[in-house]
Design a protein around this ligand. Structure first.
Ligand SMILES: Cc1cc2nc3c(=O)[nH]c(=O)nc-3n(C[C@H](O)[C@H](O)[C@H](O)COP(=O)(O)OP(=O)(O)OC[C@H]3O[C@@H](n4cnc5c(N)ncnc54)[C@H](O)[C@@H]3O)c2cc1C
Length: 461
């Protein structure tokens, strides 16, 4: 398998009209709520808010087109994951609050599925869970700890389950599998179909979506675009990694690239060999995250976080398709599934996700300033953005719910360092994770470098 056969575009965009089909802002507009960004966060917020109060005038302002950002490009893992893990959540907020946050995330996976069904959004939703395999003997301890720790927090034993070698291989027959963990609360989805369907569902509730309308400034009274000002009582920033390009927000959320490849549809014989019979999404316990899904049409879509951070938080289309990182992804894919060697790669792409300085996601609403923000999901935003968008809508509507007191609500992010320290720190962390993986593979024991990487991210294992 090699990258030369692949088209430079997200696989998911083949199934939707990935271009601007809605009007741009061409004169001043007056609304109650202006939402910047037509990805999952902005659209879930708009959808729920319009449901709570149909009399509200809501406008979504999108620089490119619906699903242009991470929401239209991701791995389609709709799963209940807090970026730094449940251990860190419990350490930060205590067991009771950690459990509430986790259960809210679990519920969001089902909410995505049930709302998609209700709204007639065919997004290939399949709730087969997530399987994470240990592929080096010492990683078996991580799998056991993960389950023990979740149980000690009060997570039900059948929500996060330890898998023996044979049980893990029965779900995912990758090379060198020694054991694994299965997480019930995970579904595979087609991200572009979901984000486009969600946009239509929001519109059917009266939300106006403007495409090709970049916000150039955020003011107390709304959003400035080249075509006109959108005056609003409340402005929602739902720009995730792209938020770094807005004036005054360069050090708030950092854009980190995640890259993906997709194969041609595989034969049934090949799938019988690989597994994922329930379309479980999958990963393993390496330091530099990888993720994959069996798509509804039988392809393997596979991604990883090996791309460098670009100086000054720059975002450019050419950063989506670096040959060297995609080649390395293909190497890892074939190393895990040697039977894929002769298979054709049809697509490769990438996109920017959002990382806050303390690697924690957040949902905030400052009523006085009229500004609401959600994001910092660090690549775990598909289900999380549903919970965040709904919580933002509840906060703006003035509702008190079990979600509006979750620990991530009103969490203030520290600022990222100024350059060049940001660039040096992040890329050193990525290089360390890469070297830790190589060393762990060679020596079959945890690398000290992975401890440094965790320390840089403020994570406890
Ligand atoms: C390659 C890749 C794989 C991933 N895989 C997974 C996965 O499998 N599971 C998972 O849970 N998460 C995954 N993620 C992360 C997940 O996709 C995101 O966390 C989530 O989609 C964020 O949604 P969002 O709406 O907050 O941001 P985005 O989807 O990035 O949307 C932001 C939108 O704001 C628009 N915008 C930006 N600036 C402006 C402006 N000035 N004016 C107007 N509009 C603006 C952008 O054009 C964009 O459409 C992945 C991300 C990437 C990049």
């Amino acid at each position: 398998m090699n990258i030369s056969t692949a088209r430079l575009a997200p696989l998911w965009w083949d199934a939707v009209d990935a271009s601007a089909t809605r009007p741009a802002i061409s004169s001043d507009v007056d609304v109650d709520v202006a939402i910047v960004g037509a990805g999952f966060t902005g659209l879930w917020c708009a959808y729920h808010l319009a449901g709570f109060d149909p009399s509200l005038k809501i406008a979504v302002v999108e620089a490119n087109h619906v699903g242009f950002g991470a929401s239209g490009r991701n791995g389609g893992w709709c799963h209940a994951e807090y970026p730094l893990g449940h251990g860190q959540l419990a350490h930060d907020h205590g067991k009771e609050a950690a459990l509430r946050q986790m259960q809210a995330l679990f519920a969001s996976v089902d909410d995505v599925g049930s709302i998609a069904r209700t709204e007639g959004i065919d997004c290939d939703y399949a709730k087969g869970g997530v399987v994470s395999v240990a592929r080096l003997p010492f990683q078996d301890a991580y799998a056991r700890e993960e389950v023990e720790h979740a149980n000690s927090l009060g997570v039900k034993p059948d929500d996060i389950v330890y898998l023996s070698e044979s049980e893990a291989k029965a779900r995912l027959n990758a090379t060198n599998v020694v054991s694994g963990v299965w997480y019930r609360h995970g579904a595979a989805i087609h991200p572009a179909k979901l984000v486009h369907g969600l946009a239509r569902a929001a519109e059917s509730r009266g939300v106006e979506i403007y495409e090709s309308s970049r916000a150039t400034a955020i003011r107390r009274d709304g959003v400035v675009t080249r075509g006109g000002v959108v005056s609003a009582d409340v402005t929602v920033l739902a720009t995730e990694g792209f938020g770094s390009q807005l004036p005054g927000r360069k050090r708030i959320v950092l854009p980190l690239y995640s890259l993906m490849v997709a194969t041609e549809p595989l034969s049934d014989i090949m799938w019988d060999d690989i597994g994922l019979a329930n379309r479980e999404t999958f990963g393993d316990f390496r330091n530099l995250i990888i993720y994959g899904q069996r798509t509804a049409d039988g392809r393997l879509a596979f991604g990883g976080r090996g791309a460098p951070y670009h100086f000054g938080s720059r975002i450019k289309p050419s950063f989506d398709t670096p040959d060297d990182v995609h080649t390395e992804l293909v190497r890892v894919l074939v190393e895990m599934f040697p039977q894929l060697d002769g298979v054709t790669l049809t697509h490769r792409w990438g996109g920017a996700l959002g990382v806050s300085r303390d690697w924690r996601p957040s949902v905030t609403f400052d009523r006085e300033a009229g500004v609401a923000v959600a994001g910092g999901y660090v690549g775990d935003g598909v289900a999380t953005a549903q919970l965040a968008g709904r919580t933002l809508a509840e906060l703006i509507a003035g509702l008190d719910t079990e979600r509006t007191t979750l620990p991530w609500v009103s969490h203030e992010w520290p600022s990222w360092e100024v350059e060049p320290f940001r660039w040096i720190g992040i890329n050193a962390g990525l290089a360390m994770a890469r070297r830790a993986d190589r060393s762990e593979e060679r020596r079959n024991r945890p690398s000290k470098l992975s401890d440094v990487g965790n320390w840089l991210r403020g994570k406890r294992r």
